[in-house]
Design a protein. Structure first.
Length: 486
């Protein structure tokens, strides 16, 4: 009986050791098992304590069964059965730990998902804030502010929108030219040397005003010949008069009187020849070799080729003086347009040098033949030029009215209308100095440097007519600087 009890106790101890070793919770066996016959299991790690609490109680229940078997002095075979139960409990415990691991992983995935949703929400908010910022910037589009110094440099000019008629016209290239009837080329009529030049290029001169002084040997000889001829004529006249008196008194012969008269007539002829030679030089008399070159018309010196000390001849043009108060506008009509032009048709001139300015007139000449080099027909319009802005050599466009004008409407210069983002706009002054705003307009017909405004403006509104392109450039640069490329 005592041996059977010892065998049962040994079997129970081995069973407990196997269960404790499989679960990883039991510590080393206590040497004194006989005094109490009980063994407390070690607690699991903290992270699994709550999940394993129920299982620890289950293990304690099994331990109680083992104690009951001890108290009842169970057989060794019964202990083995309990050992099978403990192994089953160990398997369940491992499965529980596996389930807990999956649960933790699931919780981790959930946390990551929540974090992703949070990040997405924050990103959406940032994008929304950025969109609101872009909206604020977009609200400023169409407005530009020029600094005072930039405004002064740009020469921006404002004008009121006026009513006018736009008529379709034939546009031909044109050039401002001098009126040949109002031009004088000044050249010396005698060879000599320039001793002074009294005017310079661009000077305004009057009729008869000296331009330069010339010293000429030939002129000195001509004047000397005139003086000698004048003196000989005077002597011949006195001789003739004396012979007349003597003949009247019967003292001299008739032959002497005839010879005296012949000498007088010969001296007079020589004097007239000397005087005519001086007139060819532009002089009526005088003495010495010096003479003045005078302006034959009133006008401006447009060319000067005279230098003091220079030897000159009649082949040299020293000055060109022109009367610019009235000039010619010469247009070139191409061969296929010849049938559309006629004398008397209305015409207007525009020049690139003066945007917005127009000169009106009528065609007073149409050429009879085409220029062989350009295959174009010359036409002419003569206009007044009181302020001298029509400088010869300027190129522009001549618009020939070929139909009746349209009904009057709002018109602005072509340069006032700019294209922005595919729309036609004009710039109007905003609030504050140097502030301009782009205003969308609807344009109609365009002709003769004017464009019809169908909508978007009212009569009397002030718009930029010069410098609009510069304002557009500043506006585009500002938009590009904020990331808007239009």
């Amino acid at each position: 009986m005592s041996e059977r009890r010892s065998a049962a106790v040994v079997g129970l101890v081995w069973t407990l050791l196997i269960v404790a070793g499989g679960c990883g919770r039991a510590g080393p066996a206590e040497p004194d098992h006989d005094e109490h016959g009980e063994r407390e299991t070690r607690a699991e790690p903290d992270e699994h304590a709550e999940g394993e609490h129920g299982k620890d109680e289950h293990a304690e229940g099994e331990h109680g069964k083992d104690e009951h078997a001890k108290g009842e002095h169970a057989e060794g075979e019964h202990a083995e059965g309990e050992h099978g139960k403990d192994e089953h409990a160990e398997g369940e415990h491992a499965e529980g730990e596996h389930a807990e691991g999956e649960h933790a992983e699931g919780e981790h995935g959930k946390d990551e998902h929540a974090e992703g949703e949070h990040a997405k929400g924050e990103h959406g908010k940032d994008e929304h804030a950025e969109g609101e910022h872009g909206k604020d910037e977009h609200a400023e589009e169409g407005r530009v502010t020029l600094a005072p110094e930039a405004l002064a440099r740009s020469a921006v000019r404002l004008a009121e929108v006026k009513r006018g008629a736009v008529r379709v016209a034939l546009e031909v290239p044109a050039e401002v030219q001098l009126n040949p009837d109002r031009v004088a080329h000044v050249s010396p009529l005698v060879e000599g040397q320039l001793i002074s030049v009294d005017v310079t290029l661009g000077d305004t001169v009057e009729l008869g005003q000296p331009l330069a002084r010339l010293r000429s040997v030939e002129l000195g000889q001509a004047r000397a010949a005139l003086s000698r001829a004048t003196a000989l004529r005077q002597v011949a006249r006195q001789t003739r008069d004396r012979q007349k008196r003597l003949r009247a008194e019967g003292i001299s012969a008739e032959r002497s009187l005839i010879e005296a008269q012949l000498a007088y007539d010969q001296a007079g002829a020589e004097r007239d020849a000397a005087l005519s030679r001086l007139k060819v030089f532009g002089l009526q008399g005088g003495s010495g070799p010096d003479m003045a070159l005078e302006s034959p018309i009133a006008g401006r010196v447009v060319e000067r080729h005279a230098t003091r000390g220079e030897n000159v001849s009649p082949d040299d043009t020293l000055f060109v003086v022109a009367d610019l108060t009235r000039v010619w506008i010469i247009g070139r009509v191409y061969e296929q347009q010849v049938a559309q032009v006629a004398v008397g048709m209305a015409a207007s001139l525009t020049l690139g040098a003066y945007p917005g300015r127009r000169w009106e007139g009528k065609v007073d000449f149409v050429g009879a033949t085409l220029d062989e080099a350009t295959r174009s027909l010359p036409i002419r319009m003569e206009v007044d030029n009181p302020d001298g802005q029509l400088r010869p050599g300027l190129f522009g466009s001549l618009y020939l009215a070929t139909d009746a004008p349209t009904a009057e409407g709002l018109v602005v210069p072509v340069g006032a209308v700019q294209t922005l983002e595919g729309r036609s706009v004009v710039f109007v002054p905003g609030e504050g100095a140097g502030v301009f705003e782009a205003r969308m307009v609807t344009v109609g017909r365009e002709a003769q440097g004017q464009v019809e405004i169908v909508g978007g403006l009212a009569a009397g509104a002030r718009v930029v007519v010069e410098g609009a392109f510069l304002i557009k450039s500043e506006l585009m640069r500002g938009q590009l600087g904020h990331g808007h490329a239009h």
